[in-house]
Every structure is written in structure tokens, then in C-alpha cells.
Design a protein around this ligand. Structure first.
Ligand code: AP5
Length: 223
């Protein structure tokens, strides 16, 4: 089970990735979480990317491609993986293809922009795990505390209004073209190993979005 989750900032990629990774027993590879953990650790990578991330811009393709290739070499990826936040540019998608990195499903979570802004302005995050909450849509059991560890939740610097607006522009310019990229590759080749493209309505509640994804994956797998 090798999956890419596509979607705008705040579409619910992280939320759904965690549920799907647990369901299919595969690792969730969130490039955003990897970079944020490098920033928290104060590593050279973290120092290099902090400013770019806080502003809501993209980290360079070369750096991201190497990071993901190295991660996919790890033992836990042998039976599959879920890529959350990668690829994000056509160059990153080309790099996967050129390296023969197989993908079975590309799942697009589609959400309108007004909903995204509502979600991100209310998002609270548990930095060590990447778990996210929202006071209305996905409240923690105790306000301001992670459900699993009880540790404090924070608001991400790139969830400030200006950075959110910039992230949405970056998404439209650099990531949205991947929708056509993967839809076309599904249609063009019939017998080769190409990803199946699935689009779900991400504007529904979390459990319903997950159900849509599982139903679509199982029905494609049964064909
Ligand atoms: P990243 O962390 O990947 O951020 P993103 O793509 O902007 O996505 P988000 O984490 O904001 O949203 P999400 O879709 O995961 O939504 P979530 O589930 O949290 O990347 C951050 C930065 O890292 C980038 O800007 C860039 O700088 C860098 N980067 C990362 N990868 C890169 C790459 N490949 N190349 C270059 N740079 C890269 O949900 C959002 C909120 O909504 C939460 O509060 C949640 O509880 C709530 N929610 C979720 N689902 C629902 C629902 N169905 N209904 C109601 N509320 C919901």
C-alpha cells in the first residue's frame, strides 16, 4: 500500500494520514512534520528551513527529494508508506518517477478555501507527534492539551493569516498542477503499474472523509 495524499494546506492531509497509516499499518511520512522536528532539534537542516517554513514558502526541491529518498530506504517502508506533503511540485513528482518509486494510490482531499481558512485559524498542534486539533471540528478532551500525552498544544507560526494566504497561493501555483499530472498518468497507461487517482470531498467531517477514502481504495483494489 503506497499512497500519496494531495490537498491544499488545511485540507486534512495530516489528520487523514494518521488514521490511514494506522489502518493499513504503514508509516506516515509527513515532510512538514520531519522539517518541524528538525527545527525543534536545532539541527543544521532545521536552521536552514525555519525562515522559509514560517513564511509559508516551499523548501527547495533538491533538499526535499533527498530527505524523502533517504526516509524511504528505511526498513519500515518495505511494506508500504503514506506520503503526506510530498510531492509538492512537478519536479518532486518527476523525481519519484525517475527513481522508480512505486505509488499505488494518489488521493486528493478537496476542500474549499473558506473552509481551509476556518480550519487553519483554529488549528492547535502537538509538535512532537504532529497530532492536530480544532476547538470546533476536532476538539481535544481537555482544552490546550494533547489527548495522548497531556502535553501542551501550540499554534504553528505558518498558521498566521499572512502566511496562510501565501501558502494557498503557493499551493495553487506549484502543487495544484500535480492533480492533472497524476490524473493523466492514471488514464494514459492501462497495464503498467501506475497510481490510481481518487478524489474525495474533504469538506465532510473527519470520520466521513476517512470512510470515503477507505471505500474508494477497497473498490479500486477489488476491480
Ligand atoms: P505541511 O506541514 O505539509 O503543511 P500543509 O501542506 O500546509 O498542510 P497542513 O499541515 O497545514 O494541513 P493538513 O492538510 O495536514 O491539515 P490538518 O490535518 O492538519 O508543510 C508545512 C511547510 O513545510 C510547507 O509550507 C513548506 O514550507 C514545508 N514543506 C513540507 N513539505 C514540503 C515539500 N514536499 N516541498 C517543499 N516544502 C515542503 O487539518 C487542519 C485543521 O483542520 C486541524 O485543526 C484539523 O483538526 C482540522 N480538520 C482536519 N480534517 C477536518 C475535517 N474533515 N473537518 C473539519 N476539520 C478538520
Amino acid at each position: 500500500m503506497r499512497i500519496i495524499l494531495l490537498g491544499s494546506p488545511g485540507a486534512g492531509k495530516g489528520t487523514q494520514s494518521k488514521l490511514l497509516a494506522a489502518h493499513f499499518h504503514i508509516p506516515q511520512i509527513s515532510t512538514g512534520d520531519m522539517l518541524r522536528s528538525a527545527i525543534r532539534a536545532g539541527s543544521p537542516l532545521g536552521l536552514q528551513v525555519k525562515k522559509v517554513m514560517d513564511a509559508g514558502s516551499l523548501v527547495t526541491d533538491d533538499l526535499m527529494i533527498q530527505l524523502v529518498k533517504d526516509r524511504l530506504q528505511q526498513h519500515d517502508c518495505a511494506q508500504g508508506y503514506l506520503l503526506d506533503g510530498f510531492p509538492r511540485t512537478v519536479a518532486q513528482a518527476d523525481a519519484l518517477q525517475q527513481d522508480g518509486i512505486a505509488i499505488d494510490y494518489v488521493i486528493e482531499i478537496a476542500v474549499n478555501e473558506a473552509e481551509v481558512v476556518k480550519r487553519l485559524s483554529g488549528r492547535w498542534t502537538h509538535p512532537p507527534s504532529g497530532r492536530t486539533y480544532h476547538p470546533v471540528f476536532n476538539p481535544p478532551h481537555h482544552a490546550g492539551k494533547d489527548d495522548v500525552t497531556g502535553e501542551p498544544l501550540i499554534q504553528r507560526p505558518d498558521d498566521q493569516e499572512d502566511a496562510v494566504r501565501h501558502r494557498l497561493n503557493v499551493y495553487h501555483q506549484q502543487t495544484e498542477p500535480l492533480i492533472a499530472y497524476y490524473k493523466t498518468s492514471t488514464r494514459q497507461t492501462e497495464k503498467e503499474q501506475v497510481p490510481q487517482y481518487i478524489r474525495v470531498d474533504g469538506g465532510q467531517p473527519v470520520a466521513e472523509v476517512q470512510q470515503q477514502i477507505l471505500t474508494a481504495v477497497h473498490s479500486v483494489a477489488a476491480d
